[in-house]
Design a protein around this ligand. Structure first.
Ligand code: DCP
Ligand code: CA
Ligand code: CA
Length: 405
């Protein structure tokens, strides 16, 4: 008889950013550190709290609470908020930093992700080590605090990250899933909402352990076909896969100017900065572009694009810039003021470039330079490293993704 195959064990991590919106606000304005801060809608407009700092939570302020009520509980509450595009940008940075660990990344919401780290032990260490590395790296690269749970499936990893907060890690040992959940209230199980909680409580079931002890008949009596799955969840069992999104078709950045301009030097600086950003993201994705598209807008929303193929796909900002400059020179009607520029990298090729022998030394030098630049930008933002041509201009305002990204 064939021996039974060894059981297949997975290692799944769940990352969740701590007080995500508030943390982004604090990164952009460190004077908010240590204060009761919340991001939320205006109390007049019947807005609600989206994210609250721990200092605000100490007063009972919670997310989804009406802002007016939050202000009653905590009159000194500082309400902030810069709009969703800022948070989306950080979400993108988180995603790209995670791809550094494994391509097996599923963004589950703006501020959380699952990673399938199965088989990465030689690279990132045992689960406890990998989880701590993940936490530190994401915080180092984004400047934002986060927490990580790790275990044999998505369910325990997610509950684990919740328990690890703030800025902690929680490891759920293999085989210890049911024991890990046993004392927790049933509402901690992802997917168990207030309705299910009410049904369970009516039957005297409060903890995961009590739910886990239900037999098939009991579970069916309470929840029908769904019952046995619920009991399995209460035992910490789940085989839901980490679902990786398709790789991007293109990566792009654009910028709208406060005033329309014919200043060629200014536009060149913008192009340089956009190419730096696009190149940085290409490298994060392990992608190279075979097509560069320039987007430009005149007054009255009149928008054009022009594209250029590259003989050798690249992730180098200098090469992107060369193509973008040519496109601008060939297409821009210099008599007309420009209000937006964008650069997109398309026809992406994934995987390391084939280096020829003579180019290898030069390429090695570039790789090291890129790694150093990306590391500094990760820590200090884009203002930190600037080529001469993009120095000295005003900080960029609008920046978002366009094209097939
Ligand atoms: N969010 C929102 N509206 C809600 C809940 C959340 O806009 N009702 C936004 C704001 C949060 C972000 O999503 O910052 C992430 O949601 P979380 O539930 O993960 O909450 P936080 O990250 O703010 O706090 P925690 O540290 O508890 O995860
Ligand atoms: Ca969060
Ligand atoms: Ca979350």
């Amino acid at each position: 008889m064939e021996p039974a195959p060894p059981p297949f064990h997975r290692v799944v991590a769940h990352l969740d950013m701590d007080t995500f919106y508030v943390s982004v606000e604090r990164l952009l304005d460190p004077s908010l550190e240590g204060l009761p801060v919340a991001v939320g809608g205006s109390p007049a407009g019947r807005g609600v709290i989206a994210s609250a700092s721990y200092e605000a939570r100490a007063y009972g302020v919670r997310s989804a609470m009406p802002t007016a009520e939050a202000l009653r509980l905590c009159p000194k509450l500082i309400l902030v908020g810069r709009g969703f595009s800022e948070y989306a940008e950080y979400s993108r940075r988180i995603h790209e930093a995670l791809l550094h660990f494994t391509p097996q990344v599923q963004m589950a919401s703006q501020d959380e992700a699952y990673l399938d780290l199965t088989g990465t032990e030689r690279l990132w260490g045992v689960p406890a080590t990998a989880a701590e590395r993940l936490r530190r790296t994401i915080t180092a690269e984004t400047g934002l605090p986060c927490s990580v749970g790790i275990g044999s499936n998505k369910l325990v990893a997610k509950v684990g990250s919740g328990m690890a907060k703030p800025a902690g890690v929680r490891v759920v040992e293999r085989g210890g899933e049911a024991a890990f959940l046993a004392t927790l209230p049933v509402r901690k199980i992802p997917g168990v909402g207030p309705k299910s909680v009410a049904v369970l409580e009516a039957h005297g079931i409060r903890t995961c352990g009590e739910l886990a002890a239900l037999d098939a008949e009991g579970a069916r009596a309470l929840f029908g076909d769904h019952g046995s799955e619920l009991v399995a969840r209460a035992r910490g069992e789940s085989d839901a896969p980490v679902v990786v999104e398709a790789p991007p078709k293109s990566l792009s950045h654009e910028e709208t100017f406060p005033q329309d301009t014919r200043d060629a030097e200014f536009l060149d600086g913008i192009l340089s900065n956009l190419c730096e950003k696009v190149a940085n993201r290409l490298r994060r994705h392990g992608a190279r572009a075979a097509l560069v598209t320039l987007k430009y807008r005149y007054q009255g929303f009149e928008t054009h694009t022009a594209a250029r193929s590259l003989a050798d796909p690249t992730d180098d900002e200098v090469e992107l810039l060369r193509a973008a400059r040519t496109l601008l020179a060939e297409n821009w009607n210099r008599g007309r003021a420009v209000r937006l520029l964008g650069v997109a990298a398309g026809n992406l090729v994934f995987g390391r470039a084939q280096l020829d022998l003579f180019a290898a030394a030069e390429d090695e030098r570039k790789l090291r330079l890129h790694a150093a630049i990306d590391a500094i930008r990760g820590r200090h933002g884009y203002g930190a490293v600037r080529r001469a041509s993009s120095a000295g201009r005003a900080e960029e305002k609008n920046e978002n993704q366009w094209g097939g990204g």
